[in-house]
Design a protein around this ligand. Sequence first.
Ligand code: TYM
Length: 338
Amino acid sequence: MTNNSFTPRVFSGIKPSGGLTLGNYLGAIKRWVDMQSPDTDNIYCAVDLHAITVWQDPKGLKAGTREIAAGMLASGIDPETSILFNQSQVPEHTELAWIFNCVARVGWMNRMTQFKDKAGKNAEKASLGLYAYPSLMAADILLYHATHVPVGEDQKQHVELTRDIANKFNNDFGVEFFPVAEPVIEGPGTRVMNLRDGTKKMSKSGESDMERINMLDDADKIAKKFKKAKTDPEPLPKTLEGLAGRPEAKNLVDIYSGLADMTPEEVIAEYAGAQWGRFKPALADLAVSKLAPISDEMKRLMDDPAEIDRKLAAGADRARSIAAPILDQTYDIVGLLR
Ligand code: TYM
């Protein structure tokens, strides 16, 4: 089946577990902003039900959900052009996830690398929700018949599982009901790495705060973190190929190019042969100039939580108007009496 019969529609989400990082911004939010258009439905979600697959302090979860919403708004998600809401306000997500729990196979879940990474050696003690998480993620996407899913590289396997679920559902019931959604993983920011170890992803849950840039970090912190970022003793190469085998150098070039809207080739052309003493301060200045207006606006928005809540509730109403008929039809296809 092709997606030609489906209207293009974009869905993506972020978990409100800990603050937003530069990885979330370059790998997801910044690209969501660029994809907005009055001609397509772009649906962006703070996936709070995903967050609780690991323990969340209830007050922190509410604050974190508002912070994610503030981050999206401050980065340029327009809640009129796009639909912005938090997942738990649209109960159809969990209802469709149950159907998908009955479509997805245990063997598929067992292959999910993120579960293995997150559950670690203690998988027996992980929540059942963490294991079933990809099925809820498939429901998030397919509940809107989304055709495009802009995510960072780390979510690719989950979007592929979503495609498997859509295909199996369509085959099992002899319908062409769910689109086979495409992951959209483009540009230099789709895998932002840890500043202290270029072989690990930058994440909100890493041990040391020095390994990541948080969207709410102030200018001094950003400068300090880039100054202390791990590098190798070589200067920047003269060609892109010269970054091979230099994960930390490649990461800083990728971050620069993501923030500056330049290709990595253009960054290398500008800084060919430069020492880190020149490149790192330039990167820090660039990051501060791009991120400070966003963090200032985030703080301003977070001072008025009621207004954020109002925007999320309005977005949830719009999301539900798309989701409810699709869930209804799904129940009908499955044979559930309405
Ligand atoms: P989450 O909350 O871990 O991350 C949100 C988005 O940010 C991207 N990202 C990164 N991109 C580049 N470099 C990094 N270091 C980096 N860290 C995070 C992620 O790839 C993601 O796009 N399961 C998802 C949330 C989700 C979802 C969905 C996404 C739930 N339902 C439906 C798309 C569609 C997650 O945990 O993302």
